[in-house]
Design a protein around this ligand. Sequence first.
Ligand code: SF4
Length: 305
Amino acid sequence: MEKTKSADPYSPCMLCPRRCGADRTHGITGFCKATAEVTVNLSMIHRGEEPVLGGEGGCGAVFFEGCSLRCIFCQNHEITSVTGKGTSYDEKSLAELFLKLSDEGAGAIDLVTPMHFAPTVANAVKAAKDEGLKVPVICNCSGYETVSTLKLFDGLVDIYLPDLKYFSPKVSAKYANAPDYFGTACLALDEMYRQTGSFVLENGIMKRGMIVRHMMLPGNLFDSKHILDYLVSRFGDSIFISLMSQYTPMPHILENEKAPEELRRPLSQDNYERLCDYLAELGQTNAFVQETGASGTLMIPDFNT
Ligand code: SF4
């Protein structure tokens, strides 16, 4: 007998590649640490995103609690692995939050790690657009997504801002318990690009398109080079590549004696510069790099903990 699809996307939950089947509607949390109750830890005007995002008004960032990837070194660990500190939202109140941020001058709505709440968030984006939201909507996510969940955002998200974090299955297994990360993320990025197409800038501000982030990790230069090889050969200058140097060993890593040694130290600036040079040698023109000294907790918002 064929299994019929559940009418409730949160029970059993198969929204992300973990497909852990948690009964989130009845208060059970999955690997992502989230029930079906959408919680936002923080919403704010954020001026730290790539310079083509948001313009002078900045981005109206909405930080969701929980995450389906949960890398061990997460820079937002306080809200991705520890949930229940934020405010609950339903579709209507979430749409109102997007409209409020836009009214306050945000040049874009920046959904940060929304994918494990995708059904609710997608409906909220639709409701906000129906109510007159005009600024682009950005989906800022880990890259570890299913194509079927991404399709919920088709026609609603204007800009995808995914990470492409790991190439080697050994590395992604070690840091995120996700040996399938690279293959899964490649399919996800293809779907994101199918939805947005090549980027569109108006007066230097992105209205549509994709920016792929890669945060270099200490001791992983070769993994990072493979990531750049892939992005340049697959998408080239039809997307932007954002190469980040802001890796910071967070307290939960420094206090964990079992954490991989390489993650307990900051990124070598020399290695980061070598990677920037490598990206230039590959011929990529549309790229962002970070200035020396971008690492450190100043880059991390002050979450509700
Ligand atoms: S979104 Fe969460 S509950 Fe759903 S499959 Fe992924 S980890 Fe499990």
